[in-house]
Design a protein around this ligand. Structure first.
Ligand code: IVH
Length: 676
């Protein structure tokens, strides 16, 4: 066999394993063997670069090669938009359109709206009910994501007043900036990879095989097109169709305006450039559309895009500043992330003094060095990142930065495993890891221990009262009351809160342990399948994989966790401390419709006592805190509600839902209408 044949064979074999792993979630060989095959191919390609093809698996490893979504052919193709990059090009487009319509450019009417950076989605209603939702795909054929779209809370399931016929609407699925930051914070807590920008996060969340994962992400949908209304459109103007869509309950862009004449239209696009960072979603441009539908018909389409619309693209804002230092932070799983310490600079609407550098390879690739002038921008308008160094001619640069070989916190070795680009502190006793682990254990999604926030945890670790989560349960009032900032009363309430957490269900404990890849959804699936820690710990790899919603990656991670001495010892101590380690049977068969969501209840909800309402929320994976914050998913308003909660919800823009909708909320995780 010659070298080319050998490479081709390796490629084919790896592709086969990829399909098994990514498309069917059923790997056919152990990870290490798979990695060895990839390493062998990579080495062959290094020695014989002529053999490397662009689509070689060495270039695409990790990407799903096939999907399990059904294909959907679009009745009308989903087209793209042509782009312009400056005002001159935009004016030329407007004048061309006016000329084509034999109109004065000063009288042509435009709608000007944000170009949201998400992904296009088409939704079909038949007889007023949502029957199908599909991604754009290649424009002609997309993927059927109906079940996932049903979980998006602002997509109406029914169109009020529409009893017959077909209605197709199109728009953008996106994650608002704040929801994106919250999601990444959660990914970080889980030891999962964070998303690079809101667009990727939205795409990843929509294309989930398990709709309950999509449900746990705060996706939104904004409409910008009514494709079909029972065969024909009764409207003559775009803004009228948008008004109808809003009436049906769809989210429309509040910033959209109608402008008369090309110059007024251009001025409005400038407004978007100036205010883009104040919007709650990330935009990458402005879309300008001719408002009159008859005029649109006369202008028509090119093969790729309509002639009656255009996108003015806005470049990401970039600033130059000084890189003061490169430091490394240690996360809960020991992952060491390098970050840049910057001379503070205002970028995209806020002051930036730190920016992630992702990993060792990224720093090497960008070759940024302390002392350099660097270009900074926000990825997806939110996450500060260093783009590159500006090397000033004639200046002497500092030495190339080297990734430390020792953990900045514990001094233990930092190691890189296999082909991964990440580096880890492998010392299980590293205080930085312990700190993050205990914070996670006490967090709202895990054991929800009130009063045990980041600062308190740091204090307890600093005083050497706690090194592991199991130590928490041995804390006494005497231990705490002598500490700075504690009184007898606060010491007692913290000890009570910790002791109270012992009765938390097994699923919450599983979240708290911080097992890699195990978030609330997987934890609930495992806990309701095995019921007790004893059964879970004794399960074979095959038994774990057989659980609905648990793929091979999660199964392996759980299996390894419970077979490590250190975790076994921790579990023995938790059991000895009296933790329940059981999943109460009442949660069996209940859908986690409120997974990870905080629902505040105020006033009396008919048919439920206060405790019952709370229990119903918790049973579905939610939490029911006593106060409203900007993280609150919604506020259920019953009879005689608390005025403070209602006014705070209004101030923060948190949706308020009438008590009559509580049943729907529990069942679907969503509601049909909000209170004003
Ligand atoms: S209209 C036939 N309006 O941008 C015209 N698209 O680059 C269809 N997009 O595929 C598109 N905001 O995913 C339109 N207000 C908006 C938009 C918008 C974002 C996306 C859409 C489209 C892409 C084109």
């Amino acid at each position: 066999m010659n070298v080319a044949e050998h490479a081709a064979r390796l490629r084919a074999e790896i592709e086969r394993h990829n399909v098994a792993y990514f498309a069917h979630d059923a790997p056919t060989i152990p990870d290490a063997d798979y990695d060895a095959l990839v390493a062998e191919l990579r080495e062959l390609e290094r020695l014989h670069p002529e053999l490397r093809t662009e689509d070689s698996v060495t270039q695409t490893v990790g990407a799903p090669v096939a999907t399990t979504f059904r294909e959907v052919r679009h009745a009308e193709p989903m087209l793209s938009l042509d782009n312009v990059f400056d005002v001159e090009e935009l004016r030329a487009w407007g004048e061309r359109a006016a000329k084509g319509l034999e109109l004065d450019p000063a009288t042509l009417v435009f709608a000007v709206e944000p170009k949201i950076d998400g992904l296009a989605l088409s939704i079909l209603y038949v007889g007023g009910s949502l029957v199908q939702a599909a991604t754009r795909g290649d424009g002609r054929v997309g993927e059927d994501v109906t079940e996932n779209v049903r979980t998006i809370r602002n997509v109406p399931a029914e169109l009020p007043g529409v009893a017959r016929g077909r209605v197709e609407v199109r728009g953008e699925v996106f994650l608002a900036k704040q929801d994106f930051l919250d999601l990444n914070a959660r990914q970080r807590q889980l030891g999962e990879k964070e998303f690079a920008n809101p667009r990727n996060a939205a795409a990843g969340s929509l294309r989930q095989k398990d709709p309950s994962v999509t449900a746990s992400r705060a996706l939104s949908f904004l409409v910008y097109q009514l494709v079909e209304v029972d065969g024909a459109s009764p409207f003559t103007s775009y803004v009228d169709t948008i008004a109808q869509l809003a009436e049906w309950g769809f989210l429309t862009a509040a910033e959209t305006t109608v402008e008369v004449g090309v110059e007024a239209m251009i001025t409005r696009t400038d407004w978007f450039e100036e205010h883009r960072h104040e919007l709650r979603y990330q935009i990458d441009g402005v879309v300008i559309k001719i408002d009159d539908l008859a005029q649109r018909g006369r202008l028509g389409f090119t093969s790729r895009a309509p002639r009656w619309a255009i996108a003015r693209k806005l470049p990401p804002e970039e600033r130059t500043t000084r890189l003061l230092a490169i430091e490394v932070s240690i996360g809960r799983t020991g992952r060491a992330t390098p970050y840049a310490v910057l001379e503070p600079v205002v970028v995209a609407g806020s002051t930036v003094s730190m920016a992630t550098l992702h990993n060792q390879d990224q720093v090497a690739l960008k070759d940024v060095r302390p002392g350099d002038l660097v270009i900074v921008r926000k990825a997806g308008d939110v996450i500060p990142e260093v783009v590159s160094a500006v090397v000033e001619p004639g200046t002497r640069r500092g030495a190339k930065w080297k990734f430390p070989s020792k953990c900045p916190d514990c001094g233990g070795p930092l190691e890189r495993v296999g082909e991964e680009s990440d580096t880890y502190c492998v010392n299980p006793a590293c205080p930085a890891q312990q700190l993050q682990q205990v914070i996670h254990f006490a967090s709202r999604e895990a054991l929800d221990i009130e009063g045990l926030g980041e600062q308190r945890v740091a204090q307890l670790l600093g005083e050497r009262l706690v090194a592991d989560v199991a130590d928490l349960f041995a804390l006494s009032v005497e231990d705490l009351s002598s500490l700075e900032g504690f009184g007898e009363l606060s010491a007692k309430s913290l000890v009570d809160a910790i002791q109270g957490a012992k009765s938390m269900p097994l699923s919450r404990l599983l979240v708290g342990l911080g097992i890699r890849h195990v978030g609330p959804v997987a934890a609930r699936a495992l806990a309701s399948a095995f019921r007790t820690y004893g059964a879970l710990e004794g399960a074979s790899l095959e038994e774990l994989e057989a659980v609905e919603g648990v793929g091979p990656v999660i199964a392996r991670s759980v299996y390894h966790y419970f077979h490590e001495d250190e975790s076994r010892e921790r579990m023995a101590r938790l059991a000895a401390a009296g933790l329940s380690l059981e999943e109460p049977s009442s949660t069996a068969g209940v859908e986690p419709t409120l997974a990870g969501r905080a629902v505040v209840v105020t006033g009396v909800v008919e048919g439920f006592s206060r405790d019952e309402a709370e229990a119903a929320i918790v049973e579905r994976g939610g939490t029911s805190p006593g106060s409203v914050s900007k993280k609150t998913y919604c506020v259920v308003v019953g009879e005689a509600p608390g005025a403070a909660k209602v006014s705070r919800a209004r101030d923060l823009g948190v949706p308020m839902v009438a008590a009559e909708q509580f049943g729907t909320l529990l069942e679907t995780g969503s509601w049909n209408a909000t209170l004003a």
